[in-house]
Design a protein around this ligand. Structure first.
Ligand SMILES: [Zn+2]
Length: 460
C-alpha cells in the first residue's frame, strides 16, 4: 500500500506539518546560560552518585538535549576559564588569560604602590573587544544579568560584561561595569541590570587598615553604582528586599569569593536564591532577558584536590538550575520562549578508578565488589575511588587511607604527577539544553559554536 492511495491522509499529514515548518525554531525571548566552572564529565558523574546514587540524575542531566564541547583555547590545548567562557560569550577563540578580546596577548598586570594589581589599562593596540551575547541582548532591549559564587570580577562573569587583556586586572574589570564612570564599557549601554558575586574590595577604595586590597585610585564604585540608580546589597536580606524595576548589584563578601556551600556563613545567599532573585528582577521586561549563572567554586575545590567540596558545589549549582527551571516553567509554560543551556568551561584531572562496589560512597576508598573489603594497590595500600592526574598530594611512599579520612570535609585526594597546584584538564565537557531552540545542541561542537547557536536562538 502506498500513501498516494490515501490522498486525504497525505493532506492531513501536510497540514499537520505546515505550522511547525512555518514557525520552525521560534526565537527564544529569554536565555539562561549556566556555567559550572571546571565541571567536567567525571565531576558530574561523581556528583550524581554523591547526591542521588548511581541510578539517579542531577536536575540538569534530565534536560532533553546534550552535546560534547571542545574547549581548547586560541593558544593552548588546555584552556583557563577566561578564553573558554569568552568563546561561549563571543564566538571566537581567545588566548589564555584574556577576557573577551580578539588577538590580545595577556598583559600581566603590574603591582600598584599597595602591592595589589594595578588599574592600568591594556597597552593600546593589544587586541580588540569582541561583542558578547550579553551586550547583544542589551542592545536588543533585553534585560541582562551576570551572577556568580566567585568574585564578581573573576574570569567567568568578567567575560560576559568586560574586555581586558588579562584576567587578573580585576580593578579595571570592576570599572567597566559602572555606567558613565571612567573606564566604562559603553557596549553595556545603560548598564548590566543584575550583578551578583563576591569581592567588594575591587569596588571600594584602598584603606591600609580596613581594605588593604582596595582600589588604589580611591574610587568607591559601590557608591557610584548607587548614584546611577542601582540598589546595592551586601547580604541575603538586602538582596531579598531589593525592589523590582531598578538595577541591582549584590556583593556578598568583603574580599575574595563567596563561601563553599558546606561552610556558608549566615547572611550569604545560596546560588539558588541569587538565581531566583535575578529572574524576579529580569523577567518583567517584555523583550526578555539574558542571565549568566556561574557555579564558580567547583573549580576551586578541584584545584585544591578536595573532592567533597567540589561535589557539594556541583549539587548547589544543580539546585540553582532546578530553581530556574521551576521559575521559568511557571512564567513560560513549556519553555516555549526560554532557552536554558548548562555547560562547563573545562575539565580537571580528576578520575574515577578501580572497581568500587556499587552503592559505596563515591568519596570512600575502593571496596571490592564481592566482599566489600578494601581494595589494595601493588604495595598493599588502600586508595580512594577518586584521584587526580596531577597536584601537590603525591607522597614519596603511599600510606593506607581509611574511610573516615577519605570522607572528611577537608580530605585532599592523592595525585599522580606532583605539581604545586592541580591543573585543568583538556578533555571535552558536556552541554545540556532545554526549551526554545534547544534541539540544535547535539554532537561534538566547538565552544565558539555555542555563541552562534544562542545568537540564532535570540533571532539576532
Ligand atoms: Zn581553574
Amino acid at each position: 500500500m502506498t500513501l498516494s492511495r490515501f490522498p486525504s491522509l497525505l493532506l492531513a499529514a501536510s497540514c499537520a506539518l505546515a505550522p511547525s515548518l512555518a514557525f520552525a525554531a521560534p526565537p527564544a525571548r529569554n536565555i539562561l546560560f549556566f556555567l559550572g566552572d571546571g565541571m567536567g564529565p567525571t565531576t558530574i558523574t561523581a556528583a550524581r552518585i554523591y547526591r542521588y546514587k548511581e541510578e539517579g540524575l542531577l536536575h540538569f542531566e534530565r534536560m532533553p538535549h546534550s552535546a560534547r564541547i571542545k574547549t581548547y583555547s586560541n593558544d593552548a590545548q588546555t584552556t583557563d576559564s577566561a578564553p573558554s567562557m569568552g568563546s561561549y560569550m563571543t564566538g571566537i577563540k581567545i588566548n589564555n588569560d584574556v577576557i573577551s578580546m580578539a588577538d590580545a596577548k595577556p598583559f600581566g598586570p603590574r603591582k600598584d604602590a599597595n602591592g595589589n594589581a594595578s588599574i592600568d589599562a591594556c597597552p593600546a593596540g593589544n587586541g580588540r573587544a569582541a561583542a558578547t551575547i550579553l551586550e547583544l541582548a542589551k542592545a536588543a532591549g533585553k534585560s541582562v544579568g551576570s551572577i556568580t559564587t566567585t568574585e564578581l570580577t573573576h574570569a567567568t562573569p568578567a567575560s560576559t560584561f568586560s574586555h581586558v587583556c588579562d584576567r587578573d586586572m580585576a580593578y579595571q574589570i570592576a570599572a567597566q561595569v559602572v555606567p558613565g564612570g571612567a573606564g566604562y564599557n559603553p557596549a553595556l549601554m545603560d548598564g548590566v541590570d543584575v550583578l551578583m558575586g563576591g569581592g567588594r574590595n575591587h569596588f571600594t577604595p584602598f584603606d591600609a587598615a580596613h581594605n588593604s586590597k582596595g582600589r588604589a585610585d580611591g574610587r568607591d564604585l559601590m557608591a557610584e553604582l548607587a548614584a546611577r540608580g542601582y540598589t546595592v546589597a551586601a547580604d541575603a536580606d538586602q538582596m531579598r528586599a531589593a525592589p523590582p524595576g531598578k538595577k541591582f548589584v549584590g556583593i556578598y563578601s568583603d574580599v575574595s569569593h563567596l563561601d563553599y556551600a558546606l561552610a556558608r556563613r549566615a547572611g550569604q545567599p545560596a546560588l539558588a536564591q541569587m538565581t531566583s532573585k535575578a529572574i524576579d528582577l529580569l523577567a518583567p521586561n517584555p523583550k526578555g532577558f539574558f542571565l549568566m549563572v556561574e557555579g564558580g567554586k567547583i573549580d576551586h575545590a578541584l584545584h585544591d584536590t578536595n573532592v567533597k567540596n567540589a561535589l557539594a558545589e556541583t549539587v548547589d549549582f544543580d539546585e540553582a538550575i532546578r530553581t530556574a527551571l521551576e521559575k521559568m516553567e511557571a512564567l513560560d509554560p513549556g519553555l516555549r520562549n526560554t532557552l536554558l543551556v548548562v555547560t562547563a568551561d573545562h575539565d580537571h584531572t580528576i578520575v574515577m578508578n578501580g572497581y568500587a562496589k556499587r552503592g559505596s560512597s563515591i568519596l570512600d576508598i575502593v571496596r571490592n565488589v564481592d566482599d566489600g573489603a578494601p581494595a589494595r594497590d601493588a604495595d598493599g595500600k588502600t586508595y580512594t575511588a577518586l584521584v587526580f592526574g596531577n597536584g601537590p598530594n603525591r607522597p614519596h611512599q603511599r600510606a593506607d587511607v581509611d574511610s573516615a579520612q577519605a570522607q572528611a570535609d577537608d580530605y585532599h585526594q592523592e595525585t599522580g604527577v606532583r605539581l604545586k597546584g592541580e591543573t585543568h584538564g583538556g578533555g571535552d565537557v558536556k552541554l545540556f539544553a532545554s526549551g526554545a531552540g534547544a534541539g540544535v545542541f547535539k554532537g561534538t561542537m566547538e565552544n565558539t559554536r555555542v555563541f552562534h547557536l544562542m545568537k540564532a536562538a535570540f533571532g539576532f
